[in-house]
Ligand binder design. Sequence first.
Ligand SMILES: Nc1nc2c(ncn2[C@@H]2O[C@H](COP(=O)(O)OP(=O)(O)OP(=O)(O)O)[C@@H](O)[C@H]2O)c(=O)[nH]1
Ligand SMILES: [Mg+2]
Length: 419
Amino acid sequence: MDTIFAEATPPGRGGVTVVRLSGPKARAALESLAGPVPAPRVAALRALREGEDLIDRALVLWFEEGRSFTGEEVAELHLHGAPVIANRLAQALLNQGLRRAEAGEFTRRAFLNGRIDLAEAEGLADLLSAETEAQRKLAMRGTEGELARKAEALRAGLIRAGALIEASIDFADEEVPEEVPTEAFALIEAIRDDIRQMLASYPATERLRQGYEVAIIGPPNAGKSTLLNRIGQRDIALVSEIAGTTRDILELRADLRGLPVTFLDTAGLRESDDPVEAMGVARALKRAAEADLRIHLSVDGIATDAVKEDDIVLRSKADLGQGPGLAISARTGEGVAELLDMVYDRLRIRAADSGLVSHKRQAEALQRAWLALDVDRNDAPEFLAEALRQAIQGLAMMVGRVGAEDYLDEIFSSFCIGK
Ligand SMILES: Nc1nc2c(ncn2[C@@H]2O[C@H](COP(=O)(O)OP(=O)(O)OP(=O)(O)O)[C@@H](O)[C@H]2O)c(=O)[nH]1
Ligand SMILES: [Mg+2]
């Protein structure tokens, strides 16, 4: 196993730059640079030298094998935060035969050494990319191993059901006590129900993790782009009195009281002979259909596209005159706060349905377990035992204890270097 190193802090100038070393040569590298290795987990101020050259005076930390983030021997060097110092240190480490870590390699080693499971690694990746409070909370649950604990509880139940069924196989020639299969089936039913609920909350959880999309849609000149600019409080989209100004979809990422929301400004909906505008309209319709929510905006307050459940239908340019229904004026700002309240309320209800399963990979593995448990009282005991094994396998896959190989590159490449 190579010994790797990387800056754990972002590149550039700062108060400190933290460089981490992990692997079998970490101790030798640290000794050569800083002299005797300090007591584990106790910070020590040391001069870092290569030969005669004083590289920096740094805070040094040592972590023993099995008691570090990666599970390997790890050293952490807190340098003064200047790129030239980190570069000089990197040269010294390369001279010692260490190599630069790839993206996510520290976390990958933590996984391979059993320090964290795959679901925790996914949670960690989510935490590092979280942009809003709700995403942070969700990711934090992921990193805390809640999914693994839940999987373990389900697995224990399945093992108990399996033992009851095994017992009935052993007694096959004799009279099997009636309550044995009854108890086993009650257990399986309860577990299946638990899994069904976890699967049911997956879409809401995944949406919260990825963030919501809210499309602003309506006829040309309705004021869609003006509304996007008003929500973003800056000049994002071109606005003009010419119908058909917007062609491409413009995105505004926002933190709506902790919820991650991307507002989409779209091309005005109308039949057009202009092929470019027609392409814009086709895009608008497609993205709006896929969005979590739509704001239908028009001067007359009549929606021009399909209105789905929870969609908001609004009359625009309220400053120009009275009319029926809900109205806003993107020009004066009237009604915009109330509109954001409505969007927030609708999405908050969906976010509240979120659970523990937040990644497609996890949901697919759990689905396997659920399908395996589609058993019947009249099934042969051997068939039932096999079904339970399959379900246990599905749970193990969910937390990445088996079948993780295919996903490792995908998951760990999403990390930055130094994590
Ligand atoms: N009085 C008034 N005018 C508005 C309001 N919102 C937008 N407008 C004007 O209406 C015209 C069209 O606005 P846009 O925001 O470009 O409309 P759009 O829906 O994005 O139009 P397309 O991109 O062509 O689909 C511009 O001249 C805006 O200044 C409003 O609330 N009140
Ligand atoms: Mg526009």
